[in-house]
Design a protein around this ligand. Structure first.
Ligand code: SF4
Length: 317
């Protein structure tokens, strides 16, 4: 039917690549609309893989990027004018003049969605407050789909979700009506990771090279939910990403009222934020990732250079 658009959220990973292949196989080409929500916290290999997909499949992937300039401008106004007198637990709520000066110097849009989101919020996302997914991916995809619905299309949102991926996804439905003219379709719900790789291989589509370099999923580099082993692998292979996160920690710390914020976890009961930062900043976490036995002993294997494929999926040929 002419008024249906099949929107495929492409992440640069295997599941969304397989989903895109299925959509192109089953639907008229002109009705397939691939999108990519760029978080700005991606590995270069992801952008290169998107270009590869476009060339291999003869398609265009729409790049969507969140913009937080207005929110940052509003926060600047708020901080500059903050004169609150209220106290909570004996502590003043308002920004001190010193904190105001520190924040206003740094608080400007950078054009990087992930960093600008954290500058606006004055903190990094965490497992308990995972606002990155919502602000950088979900909201972007939903507003793209709403624009299509406003233009009189019915939209099917294809999602590369598998039930065996996580407990949260174990009950994922294959087809679901989300709202008027909007449906979710998850063709891979019953597939395993290996089936996905095999299917892509059967269509001569190569996987993102990050899978053969120690990543068991492709997403932010690093993700706030990165495992100890992945963090160790990232620090060893791509130290420039650790250096970038360290720079972001400095910037986000400056716009935080408390003066410090860490990328990997922001929940720490110490009252002194400098102590928290010293324990949990990205370099301290990388050091911890190289330890074994509850973080006490250094694991000698961690100091060896990565020389071979360490894919969690055994993709090495
Ligand atoms: S991949 Fe991780 S850091 Fe990136 S948006 Fe998703 S949860 Fe947040």
């Amino acid at each position: 039917m002419d008024n249906i658009r099949h929107v495929i959220s492409v992440s640069g990973g295997k599941d969304s690549a397989a989903t895109l292949l299925l959509a192109l196989e089953r639907c008229p080409r002109e009705a397939v609309v691939p999108i990519f929500c760029d978080t700005g916290n991606e590995h270069q290999a992801v952008y290169e893989y998107l270009t590869y997909l476009e060339q291999a499949l003869d398609i265009t992937i729409h790049r969507l990027k969140a913009d937080f300039s207005e929110q940052i401008a509003a926060k600047r106004r708020f901080i500059a004018r903050d004169q609150r007198t209220r106290r909570v637990n004996g502590r003043r709520v308002r920004w001190s003049n010193k904190a105001k000066r520190r924040a206003l110097e740094v608080l400007h849009p950078t054009g990087n969605p992930f960093l600008d989101l954290c500058l606006w919020k004055g903190r990094f996302p965490s497992r308990k407050a995972q606002f990155c997914t919502e602000e950088l991916k979900r909201n972007m995809a939903v507003s793209f789909q709403i624009d299509l619905i406003d233009a009189d299309y019915r939209v099917v949102s294809w999602q590369g979700v598998r039930r065996d991926e996580s407990l949260n996804r174990r009950n994922a439905k294959k087809i679901e009506r989300i709202g008027p003219s909007l449906y979710a379709f998850r063709p891979l719900v019953e597939w395993t990771a290996m089936q996905v790789f095999d299917y892509c291989a059967s269509k001569n589509l190569r996987p993102n090279p990050l899978y053969s370099q120690g990543c068991n999923r492709v997403g932010c580099m690093p993700c706030i939910n990165v495992s100890k082993m992945e963090l160790r692998e990232i620090a060893s292979r791509w130290p420039e990403h650790i250096a970038r996160i360290s720079e972001w920690e400095h910037m986000v710390g400056c716009v935080s009222k408390r003066g410090a914020s860490t990328f990997l976890t922001d929940s720490h009961d110490a009252a002194d934020r400098r102590e928290v930062f010293a324990d949990l900043n990205i370099h301290a976490r990388v050091d911890w990732s190289k330890t074994s036995r509850g973080g006490k002993q250094y694991d000698m294997l961690a100091f060896l250079e990565p020389v071979a494929c360490s894919s969690a999926y055994g993709l090495c040929e």
